[in-house]
Structures are given as C-alpha cells and as structure tokens.
Design a protein around this ligand. Structure first.
Ligand SMILES: *Cc1c(COP(=O)(O)O)cnc(C)c1O
Length: 395
C-alpha cells in the first residue's frame, strides 16, 4: 500500500495533463519560433494555453510569462521589482519570516547588494496582517512580497487586503501563490495583485514549468538572456509540452475548485481532529484560513525524521519541515517563525492530502501516526524525563 500525503512537495500529474502533453512531444514538436506552418502549429497551441491559464487567474494572456517553475518566477518577480526600485532610489523590500527559500534567499542576495529588507513577524496562528504591512511601508519601499499560502503550515494570508494596502501606498505587491494556485480561487485583479508566481507540479501538472503574472505596465526584467521568446522577458525555446500540461491541469483544477476544496478540507479536519487526540501535540497554523489539504503537527518528545522513517515503513509518504531543508539538522524556519521552540520544531510532521485521498486512508494515517508517536516516545530518554517530571512539558 502507498499513501501519498506529500502533495505540498509535488503532486501526481492528472490524466488530462499527461494526455495534453503527449502530442507535443512526438507529433507537433516544431519550434514555436519557426516561421513554417509546422512550427506555427506549436505557437498557436502555446498561445492558446496562455489564454486558458490567464482565464483561470483573471488576467490578460500578455500579462503571463512562462518560467521553469515557482523558484524562477519568484526570483524574477523580486529582481524585477528591485530593478524598478533602484531606478527611483527605492531600495527597501517588505516580506515575511516564513516565505519559501526561493523568496528568502533572493532577498538575502539583494541585501548583500545594498537593499534593506524588513521581514514581518508571523503571528502564532500563521498569519500576517494588512496592518503590519501598512506600518512597515516607508517612502523608499519598492516591493511587498507575501506568500499566498504557506507551504509548510498551509495558512492562507489576507492577500486582497494586503494588496489594497500596497495599492494605496503605490508599492508593488508580489505573492508566491505556488501552494494556492489550483487549490484556492485566484483573481489577480479583484485581489489587487501586481505580480504572482505559480508552479504546475503543485497542481497536478508537470515539473519544471511555471508562470509569472505581471500586471500590464510593470516592467519585467529578464533573468535569462538569449532569444526573444516570451517578449524578450525569458529567453529559451518554450517547453511546449509542459506548458500544455500546465494549462490542462490548471483548467481542470479550477473547474472543480470549490467541490475539491470542500471535500479535501473535510478530510483535513478529520485528520486534525484525530491527531489532536495524541497527548502533547499541537497543530501548527490555525485551523481556519488553511489550505484544504494541509495538516501540520508538532509532537513533543519525537524526532521528525524518525517519525518519517516509521511512516515510510507503513507505506506513507509524509514530510517534516520542508523538502528543501530535510537532510539538514536546522529546524524549519517556518515553525520557528510562528514561535515554536527548537525542541518542539524538530518533532514536526506535515501531511498534505489530495483530491483522491479517501476517508479510510485518512483513518489509516491517524492510526499510523498515533502508533509511531507512542513507539518513539516509549524508547526516548527525553520523553522519560518529561514523564517523570524531571523536565517540564512545553506543550
Ligand atoms: C514548491 C514551491 C516553490 C518552488 O517551486 P518550484 O516549481 O519547485 O521551483 C516556491 N514557493 C512555494 C510556496 C512552493 O511551495
């Protein structure tokens, strides 16, 4: 048996996405930049995909640039806003302490290039407020970048309200919507978003393809130089099959977004209720304003890595911290940002379910986690000290 509960790391491609890609590998494989009709067939498909993706986001097709994924879109969005800021002598950027590393590491680089970065504190419930953004904006602020939904704890930020604050102050607003796209309704106009990143492999599309929405009138600077593809904003022959797969996956997700969200959230809440019964456990991120498929807990006296290995033995794919930091001993920066102490942050478990997860799978997950946590506690010297009162429980 295999229970895949790591959909925040990546998702299975949908049948529709696979089917949409195949003809563009061995039939309509021309270069979209070629002038002959065979190449133009690929060009037409590409532009049709752009129109369909734009329709899902509420933007114009020309406002979308295809990238190699979420990391590239984040980097390009932030670097472009920074370049625009530099021209106006504005070199201050606002973000949050729990962004994805694609954002945080780009900001670190910019700091070394003379930018000043304010990272907003995240409340224990996993949210930042529009008021925090308003208070942090200065005359030299050129960009606010706040993720739509967090990839570890699943909390969904008040994006339209933050966008409104930025609009009023005349500051560009970027959101990393990689976890939200295809799972929550997005409307860039109504939600006051100037720049938005998405990545196909988080919504049942292929890996290595994403898009950056940039509001008309905001100048995008290329990260990759070369040919004139993507109106000169992203050189390199377009990955037509992947783009076709992304369009199919996003269209399918968006067509069923409400019903999927309702069904998946109900299972998520069943998991949260079941895991909350484990003593000395705590849910990370509040129960409301949460991605439909995200469950994230800390269990006192348990090592996250050990828990993952035991679950793996039972055929369960789960995660502790983010995929990028597993393998390192640093606790998740997200859990530290919401105030979890180091000892607790090490014992975290993220389960991210998908549209086809069943009730019996959810119950199996609860049982498996419960058993693994009690086993690990039974062999833990730290847990023995906690239970004998030599050390106080933290949670
Ligand atoms: C996965 C992820 C990314 C990176 O996307 P890639 O397509 O894998 O580069 C960026 N931000 C968030 C929030 C993510 O979950």
């Amino acid at each position: 048996m295999l229970i895949y509960a790591d959909n925040a790391a990546t998702t299975k491609m949908s049948r529709a996405a696979v089917d949409a890609m195949l003809p563009y590998m061995d039939e309509i494989y021309g270069n979209p930049s070629s002038l002959y009709a065979f190449g133009q067939k690929a060009r037409e498909a590409l532009e049709d995909a752009r129109r369909r993706i734009a329709a899902c986001l509420g933007c114009e097709p020309m406002e979308l640039t295809f990238t190699s994924g979420g990391s590239e879109a984040d980097t390009q969005a932030i670097r472009s806003a920074a370049a625009l800021g530099t021209r106006k002598g504005k070199r201050h950027i606002i973000s949050t302490a729990f962004e994805h590393h694609a954002v945080l590491h780009t900001l670190k680089k910019l700091e070394s290039e003379g930018f000043e970065v304010t990272l907003l504190n995240v409340h224990e419930n996993g949210l930042v407020t529009p008021e925090q953004v308003r208070e942090a904006i200065r005359p030299d602020t050129c960009l606010v970048t706040v993720m739509y939904a967090n990839n570890e704890i699943g909390t969904v930020q008040p994006i339209p309200e933050i966008g409104a604050v930025c609009r009023e102050a005349g500051v560009l607003f970027h959101t990393d919507a990689v976890q939200a796209a295809g799972h929550l309704p997005i409307d860039v106009r109504a939600q006051n978003i100037d720049l938005l990143s998405l990545s196909a492999h988080k919504f049942h599309g292929p890996k290595g393809i994403g898009a950056l929405y940039v509001r008309r009138g905001v100048l995008l600077s290329p990260l990759i130089e070369g040919g004139a593809q993507e109106r000169g904003k992203r050189a390199g022959t377009e990955n037509v099959p992947a783009i076709m797969g992304m369009a199919a996956a996003l269209e399918e997700s968006c067509a069923h977004i409400e019903e999927n969200a309702a069904r998946v959230s109900a299972l998520r809440d069943r998991l949260i209720a079941g895991l909350s019964e484990i003593p000395h456990s705590v849910l990370n991120g509040g129960p409301d304003r949460r991605l439909p498929g995200n469950v994230n807990f800390c269990f006192e006296g348990v090592e996250g890595e050990a828990l993952l290995l035991l679950l793996d033995d039972k055929g369960i794919c789960a995660s502790s911290g983010s995929a990028c930091t597993s393998g390192s001993l640093d606790p998740s920066h997200v859990l530290l940002a919401i105030g979890r102490p180091h000892e607790i942050a090490h014992g975290s478990l993220r389960l991210t379910i998908h549209e086809e997860t069943t009730e019996s799978e959810a119950d199996y997950l609860i049982e498996a986690v419960r058993d693994a946590v009690s086993y690990l506690r039974s062999i833990s010297p730290v847990w023995r000290d906690l239970e004998r009162g030599k050390m106080p429980h933290i949670i």
